[in-house]
Design a protein around this ligand. Sequence first.
Ligand code: ADP
Ligand code: MG
Length: 719
Amino acid sequence: MWKDKALRILKEYYGYDSFKKGQEEAIEDIMKGEDTLVIMPTGGGKSLIYQIPAMLLEGLTVVISPLISLMKDQIDALKETGIEAVYINSSLSDKEIKENLNKLHSGDCKLLYVAPERLEGQDFAMELATLDISFMAIDEAHCVSKWGHDFRPSYRRLKSFINMLEKKPKLLACTATATPEVREDIIELLGLNSPKEHFTGFNRENLTFKVYRGENKDSFLKEYLKNNKGNSGIIFTATRREAEHVYNLFKSDFSIGLYHAGLKEELRKSMQEDFMFDNINVIAATNAFGMGIDKSNVRFVIHYNMPRNLESYYQEAGRGGRDGEPSECILLYNAGDVQTQRYLIENTTLSPEKKEREYANLRAMIDYCYTSKCLRSYILNYFGEEYVHDNCGNCSVCNEDTEERDITLEAQMIFSTIYKARERYGLTTIVDILRGSKNERIRKFSLDKLSTYGLMEGYKKDYTAELINKLIAEGYILVTTGEYPVLRLTGKAAEALKERLPISINIRKAPVEKNEDNKLLDILKILRKTIAEELRLPPYIIFPDSTLKELSKELPLTKEEFLEVKGIGENKYEKYGERFKEAIKEYLEKNNLLHLKEENRMLSKGYQNSDPLSSKDEPLKPKVKTHIATYDLYKSGMAIKEIAAERELTPLTIENHLFQCASEGMDIDLDGFIPEGREKDILEAISQVGASKLKPIKEVLPADISYTAIKAVIMKNNL
Ligand code: ADP
Ligand code: MG
């Protein structure tokens, strides 16, 4: 019963066809009146788990949220979907608070977001208690625990507020942190009553994990930013100084901002806002750039330094891809990062025992950078989760992004030079000696007298430097800190020399990937930005990247088609449908693609009844040619994707060409469009709702069955 209603809300307001993993089960428990604990990774879709019951339940839903920016983000997003919600926090005036309270009293609004500190005020708490609160959701519930990373004392006083209420509301606690200590604290300190627990696992399938050791970090970034222009991303550094370094290095060539705790509050705020609003694409930041970042279209998170433990790493990397679209999490490792982290731990006031734990966690972080196992499984195992696949196919290890290269000989020459120069020189000088440079410094210190002078004459300067960096990253060479850092050999190098051990390094194979070229997507992004500016909202609140991508592929031109796109509900269609429709149409016209689109539409609606060839319409003529052209390529053995690329059409168009061919009796392997073993399901769906329209068929089937598969079954069985 509640489920039908919930699905309707999901479709009508949010524009989604189905629940994400765990959502439905959690909502079910809430609707049954249970206390509930939801542990899901970032981007798992926790907000819906309280927003939907808020609309289904009688009475008021109160959401506790730790940051003003998070609240604002959610309220803005809700407004866009057409759902009324208000918040009460210190950013509002007394008058505004009064107005919001009135809305709650009158029942005009059933969803309130509030900061935990507010409930400490006796007057305010009493006032709230007069409302009929039936459900309370505590978001980021790990804030209640000292073991978590964002402890907030005011979370501890929520329990007494709840106990003060005449009727105890049902409780929901949400978090992405699942260590046993945090979990126990949440249940105990928030007073959850034998809660039903939902843990969906931590895997974030859309994130690609990559580790590169000993890269020249600045050149890596430069290449990466160049290849990812227009994409939103975060570059995390370990120190403020490095954040500034990255910012200064790229500010004239790229759209980049800066964020760290040393900046004036005002500047920090405007940087964050510029990032949220896509005024700048990239931000160089320390980990002060924290929890308030709910921006959903972050396409990459690069760690310029290794963080101090995997908890922080996963948390920060997890800011990528909240919208579920592919995103990259790249860690640039250098052995110097280990020194930095050790130094930071050493200089804390932690007890020896806690320090020990920090060191152990650091050790695990370093191992992550060196593991030859799947990175995803490494992370998940660390968090106590079993990941059964050996190969995730989506990390730098599984994708074999790097290769081992034997450099024993070169390493020996380098070690020997450092040793003979008495470990007194920095990287540049060591490279100069090896290359036989005749510069003044070399002569002044008689470094040209060393027996290794000029040994690597034939090597390029950059390559020699890169080798040294790799050896630093691998822990053979140590760079001292201080004003004039010099190179020293570590025990590992001494042992390698003595035992004549082979030395190899990890070299990155593939160049960083290029953006795919999608002109319409760019146009739609600009339109989104324009609208966002008019409304003073972050662009991702208007539509997530995934929706724009789907728009640029599906090219909807009618309301019905728009509503089929993920992330477009009634309200958003009413608000923005026209403008996006215009943009798509204009694009199609300009590129002479409109007739193709018309053809697609005809095909997908009623191809089974009409024969396109017999149509009297003149504009149909070029179509005959175009689908035959596709057929020729198909017969030559090309895959649909290849044909699409070759003909500069969408795969969907190509598929439709092939269906047309099939309907004309040409030889098309329709089974190729039907996922193995699913034909039966589709036929059964058709027997339920008939074959005259595709949409009702799609609706009764699981979401992974595509329109294409349905069309293929209809066609194959002559329905
Ligand atoms: P969390 O709080 O768990 O980090 P959010 O609630 O912010 O995650 O949701 C992350 C993203 O997933 C949002 O862009 C949201 O719109 C989207 N989302 C939520 N539920 C669904 C769903 N059922 N289908 C598709 N997308 C969804
Ligand atoms: Mg959330």
